[in-house]
Design a protein around this ligand. Sequence first.
Ligand SMILES: *Cc1c(COP(=O)(O)O)cnc(C)c1O
Length: 393
Amino acid sequence: MTKDRTRFGQYGGQYVPEILMPALEELEREYGKARKDPGFRQELGEYMRNYGGRPTPLYFARRLTEKCGGAKIYLKREDLCHGGAHKFNNVMGQALLCKRMGKSRIIAETGAGQHGTATAMAAAVLGLRAEIYMGSEDIARQEMNVFRMKLMGAKVHPVDSGSRTLKDALNEAFRDWAASVESTYYMLGTAAGPHPYPAMVRDFQSVIGREARRQLLNREGKLPDLLVACVGGGSNAIGTFHPFLGDKDVAFLGAEAAGEGLSTGRHSASISGGRVGVLHGCKSYLLQDADGMISETHSVAAGLDYPGVGPEHSLLKDIGRAEYVGVTDREALYAFRTLSEVEGIIPALESSHAVYAGMQRAKEMSKDQVVVITVSGRGDKDLDTVIGLMGAR
Ligand SMILES: *Cc1c(COP(=O)(O)O)cnc(C)c1O
C-alpha cells in the first residue's frame, strides 16, 4: 500500500461529500504555507504569549506525589490558558489562519458549548464573525455557555433536527459550509474530522508537549517516563504526546471516559470499547451498535462525551505506542476532589480522568521516575454538576 498523506495507517482520510473537497484542498494548501511562514508563526506566538498566557507552567505537585508515594508527578497547567482550557491553542491558530485566508466568517458546531465559547473568543479578538450551531437540547442544558458565546458577539443557531444534540449540529454546520465555502471558515474543535484537520489541530496543540519537554529538561535534566492526558476527541492528548513520539523511553497513557463502567454500555470510551468505522469524515475507532449506528454516549464530563476519537490515536493504539484506559465517572470525581484538596487546583471533570489514571500509575512507579499529567482545563465550569453529584459538603 502506498502512503496516503491524508491517513494515519488505515485511519483518517476524507470521507466527505464531493462538494467539500475543494474546501479541504484549499485549507491544506493554505495551512501548509502558513506553517512555514515566519510572519504567521510570529503572530500566533504573540497571541499565545500576551493574550493566551503561554507558556503555561509545568508544576511539580509535591503533595499529590507524597500522597501517591511513587513517581514524581508534574502537572502541565492548561487550566491556566485564557478561556480556562487547552481549546485556546487550537482556536487561536485556526482563527489566524481564517484571517490569513481572507475569510471573515467562522462557523463551528458545539455540544456542551466549550468549543463554541472558545471559537467566539478567538473570533472576537480578531474581529471575525462567528456563527455556532448547537442542538436545541444542548442549548437548554448549557445556558451559561450560550450566554458566554452571545456576550462575545457570536450568533448561536439552534438545531431542532434529530436528537437535537452535537451530531445534528455537526450536520447543519457541514451543510452551511458546503453552501458558503467561499466566504466561510469551518473551525473544527478536536484532532478529528477529515484531513487536514487531525494533523493541523495536533500541530496547534503540540505547543503543550513542546513546552512540557523544555520545562522538564530544565527542571529535572531528563525526559518524563510517562505522559498522561484525557481523551475526548483527543486533541490535548495528541498535543501532549506528539513532540515525544520519537523518544522511545517516554510512555503515553490516554484516559478515556468509562462513564458508569465499560461493561454497562454507558460510557464514551471509543478506543477501549468501540470498533472501527467512519464518522465526521474520518475513519477511526467509534462507539457503534451491531448495525453500525452511532451509540449514545455517556460521561460525567461533557467534553469527553463524543462517540469517536482522532485517527492518530487509533494508529498509536494499534501499533502499541500508546495505551488507553477507561476511567469511570466515580474515579474521575475522586480525582477531582483529591487534586482540589491536596494541591488547591480544581481540575475540569475531563482532566480529572487523566489525574486519576496518572495517580494510579505513579503509585506503581519508583520515586526516581517522572509522570507528567496534562490538566486540560479548570473545573469552575463543572461545579454545578459536581454539587449535584456529591452534594455541597
Ligand atoms: C473539550 C475538552 C476536552 C476534550 O477534548 P480533546 O480534544 O480530547 O482534548 C478535555 N478537557 C477539556 C477541559 C475540554 O474543554
